[in-house]
Ligand binder design. Sequence first.
Ligand SMILES: [Zn+2]
Length: 426
Amino acid sequence: MSELTPLHSWIAQKIGCPPGALTRAAIEAYQLDKLNETLDLCRAKSPFYRQKLAGLPATLTSLADLQALPFTTADDVRERPLSLLCVSQSDIARVVTLDTSGTSGTPKRLYFTAADQELTRDFFHAGMSTFTEPGDRVLILLPCERPGSVGDLLDQALARLRAAGIRHGLVTDAAQTLSVMDKEKVTGVVGVPVQVLALVRTAVVQQMPRPHLKSVLLTTDHVPDAIVQAVEEAWGCTVYNHYGMTEMGLGGGVECAARQGYHLREADMLFEIVNPETGKALPDGEYGELVFTTLTRQGMPLIRYRTGDVSRFLPGECGCGTVLRRLEKVRFRWNGRFPHTSPNFLTMADLDDALFPIEGVLNFAATVSETELRVTVQAEKNEGLETAVLQALSTLPAVQAAGLAVSVHIQSDKVGLPGKRKLTNY
Ligand SMILES: [Zn+2]
């Protein structure tokens, strides 16, 4: 049996229960209490929720009653952020502005109080302790500069573990980052998958001393298995995945040593899987859209927030023995599948799985239409790559079913781009 996730005793402590006595019933009773507290707070302080919750029962008597509550969408957050606030703006410690992905062109803004930020720090502390020990030296390849940024909170969480966080920021030069790893004698790295891939795959780093790490944490919406394997092979380390989004307060869940899905922040958020078309709750094991409700957030609580991410709760117990649930790795966003109408749809994860196993592929961008899939691959050189990429793409079931023409362009002058990648329709 794998080592028990540290999230088990962390959550037990948060809900006031001895770790040995933690049960689903204890977690759910706590969640119901906190849900009612959140609903009271929202009704009292948020004009948006006062209106949304009007006419609904004042107190829920069971978590199943959650089904009666309306969803909150990304557009709600985008269009009326201040009406979701439950504190005055002077009590807000950090505002995160996200790139717009909607049609309105208005960016999404999320508001956090100092207490909300402490919840994230506390989760990072517990989550990182899965694979970090006192004395470890962890290179942070995430934005760190601003107070309250993800890298800043992570660094503070590492200090609580008596581990050293080394603030680096996103990778812009793989060789320079490798030098820092060598000089700082790092034992662990936290970064974005394609950025960490650049550290093991670009030619310049092949000539440099290979770092020997204990662990790497990759954080994003979807972590391709091929990147996990490439990093583990190159550095002889174990790669863990973290799943989260800004709306969750940056952190959502992290794998345990069994690496069979994410354990979630169940004392801070209530997670559901719903049918993306009907909004009806789905049982464990079935795929649907992940929806969450914050249970402990003060600044901008979110009730039944639709993430757009598709996943499922894995049935059965985790190999680590906890009663915490496991969310399967998120593979795609409901709106990130093409064509929307076909059961044989294509997602960015399908392309990740086809392309990242190919040696030399550093990153790619893709667009798809009714008739054509266009992929631009970033690689340092083309030798044989175009043929390998074409072949991998042509055998994808969705490409074959739709009879898509595939075109490939190899771009070798600009590699290792950071950031969130998505499949776009044109
Ligand atoms: Zn586990």
